[in-house]
Ligand binder design. Structure first.
Ligand SMILES: [Zn+2]
Length: 282
């Protein structure tokens, strides 16, 4: 299995199992969505200030610009969005939603504890602690908390994990008992979730590289992953290793049925930089 796909989960593209190069070879991750239904009622007359038409007009213009910015930058229907999923989901609406039975708020995120087996929730919490303690992981967490993200398990998920529409879904493949791997997977999916953009090859590769960076810091030792030719690659957290991880990920995505048709590039690096997460090799 290739390095990037071993990380990424996600089946969202409706890719037939026969097209997937391995159980873990798909990931699609999807993303948030842009339509912000609440904004449809952004201009009720009662919302206009009484201070005068000029001010009212100015506020309308600002409001309109904010909406446009939201639509242009914050969103995009994920290329990997599973069919049947409503595109009209407002991530921000769930931030303070009441918890359902079995849900628990932890590190600001919502965990659907009922969907996990016993013991798995403890591992997940431990890795969310590790994420929050990591300088970059904390920035991803902050973004997801602001969006009201929920983490749940889907035992039938063939992908390792996926993210989108306010939910990170963990498949059994991420819960192997290797907590470092779970952390890496969370880092990958949280990267997708934090940027809310359609998936691309470089987004996949950056997500994998950032997940490895966070795992490396947590474990304090080199980890090994496989490149697209099945060769072991040692990741030691250095800028050189990150560049190799990134280049390998791009090549793997081009070969992987699940990613081959994705656009090459996105604004992922700029978007992460805005969150304070940077890559020295770029
Ligand atoms: Zn991915």
């Amino acid at each position: 299995m290739s390095s990037i796909s071993s990380l990424t989960g996600g089946l969202p593209l409706n890719i037939p199992a026969s097209m997937q190069t391995s159980v873990s070879a798909n990931n699609p991750l999807l993303l948030a969505n842009p339509f912000l239904p609440g904004n449809n009622t952004a201009f009720p007359p009662s919302a206009l200030p009484s201070a005068g038409q000029d001010q009212a007009l100015m506020e309308m213009v600002i409001n309109l610009l904010q909406q446009l910015l939201t639509m242009v930058s914050g969103s995009g229907i994920g290329a990997a969005k599973p069919s049947g999923t409503s595109p009209m989901v407002d991530n921000s609406a769930s931030v303070n939603r009441p918890l359902k039975d079995g849900e628990e708020r932890y590190q600001g995120l919502i965990i659907d504890t009922n969907s996990f087996d016993s013991g798995e929730v403890d591992d997940l919490k431990e890795m969310l602690d590790a994420m929050a303690d990591d300088p970059d992981g904390a920035k991803l967490m902050k973004s997801l908390v602001a969006k009201g993200y929920t983490i749940e398990k889907d035992s039938s998920l063939k992908a390792i994990a996926q993210a989108g529409n306010g939910v990170i879904t963990i498949g059994p493949g991420a819960l192997t008992g290797d907590k470092g791997y779970l952390l890496e997977v969370l880092g990958h999916e949280m990267t997708h979730a934090a940027v809310d953009d359609p998936d691309t090859k470089n987004q996949e590769s950056i997500a994998s590289t950032l997940g490895r960076r966070i795992r490396y810091r947590y474990e304090g030792k080199s980890s090994v992953y496989q490149d697209e030719d099945g060769m072991d690659v040692t990741f030691d957290g250095s800028s050189d290793a990150e560049e190799i991880s990134y280049r390998t990920g791009i090549r793997s995505a081009r070969k992987n049925d699940a990613y081959r048709d994705l656009p090459e590039n996105s604004r992922i690096l700029d978007q992460l930089s805005q969150l304070g997460i940077d890559f020295d090799f770029m």
